[in-house]
Ligand binder design. Structure first.
Ligand code: AKG
Length: 265
């Protein structure tokens, strides 16, 4: 791993860091194979190919339920859930708790022809807490390599540093405030020409540098993202399913206020 202090500084400035090869390939492969078997059973993976999605981010509900069931089963490996708690706590500097339901599978079928930075669906998963300290981190890993335009989550690096003075801002309210800035007004505008290259999203608000970053990577790489960073799902223009795992780790005091059952039980 790179030097901890450098990573902590980067996390503070950009809200996102990548830790390459953190999860062993035998573990990502085991999880990948379990999903592949399930996909084959459901006709989602057939004759060595993934079926194509017929709607944006859509896939059949029975398979969605089966994936959720697999994620909850004892056999499915926990790769970015509780085992990452000490790592997250090291960066956050306080106790952190995986938010229920813990690790989750992020799945997108291939099927889109044209990739672009979406103008919609940007969100944060928790309201802003009105403080400068990080409320915690979200972890992402890959069960298979995800190339650019292959459906990886998109994040706006730097966005965690904006509007931290108001407590309780929801995604919707946050975006309403951010639209006052040219950077976000154009990023969120569906009527402007689409942006096919995230490099074209470099900008700033005040002294905060901003850029859309695609969380692509190799199986076993882990991204850690400040929970205040705006992010969105993205189209999968590859020929294979996008298979990632995620888990949110708020500071334990915040998790408690969200009624996290794992704290209560
Ligand atoms: O990559 C994705 O599917 C989006 C993930 C997301 O929006 C989230 O974890 O809140």
């Amino acid at each position: 791993m790179e030097n901890f202090d450098d990573l902590a500084r980067e996390l503070g400035e950009r809200g996102i860091i990548k830790l390459e090869g953190l999860v062993a390939s035998k573990d990502t492969r085991a999880a990948y194979d379990m999903i592949l078997d399930l996909a084959a059973e459901h006709g989602i993976y057939t004759d060595g190919r993934w079926i194509k999605s017929t709607s944006r981010f859509g896939y059949p509900k029975p398979f969605r339920n089966a994936l959720n069931g697999l994620n909850r089963s004892e056999e499915f490996p926990d790769l970015v859930g509780n085992r990452l708690t000490p790592l997250v706590e090291g960066f956050v500097g306080q106790p952190a708790t995986p938010l229920s339901p813990g690790q989750q599978i992020l799945f997108t079928l291939p099927g889109e022809d044209d990739w672009s930075v979406p103008s919609d669906a940007w969100h944060i998963d928790m309201p802003k807490f009105g403080e400068q300290a990080s409320p915690g981190l979200q972890a992402f890993t890959f069960l298979d390599d995800v190339d650019p335009q292959g459906g990886a989550t998109l994040v706006i690096a730097g966005s965690h540093r904006l509007l931290n003075n108001t407590a309780g801002l929801s995604s919707k309210e946050l975006k309403r405030h951010l639209r006052k800035e040219d950077y976000f007004r154009s990023l969120f505008d569906p009527n402007l020409p689409t942006i096919a290259n995230p490099e074209e999203t470099v900008g700033r608000v005040g002294n905060v540098e901003l850029k859309v970053v695609e969380l692509s990577g190799r199986a076993g790489d882990v991204y850690l993202m400040d929970l205040r960073v705006l992010h969105t799902p993205a189209q999968n223009c590859s020929d294979k399913a996008r298979l990632m795992l995620t888990c949110r780790f708020p500071r334990s005091t915040i998790a408690a206020s969200f009624g996290n059952p794992s704290l209560v039980n």
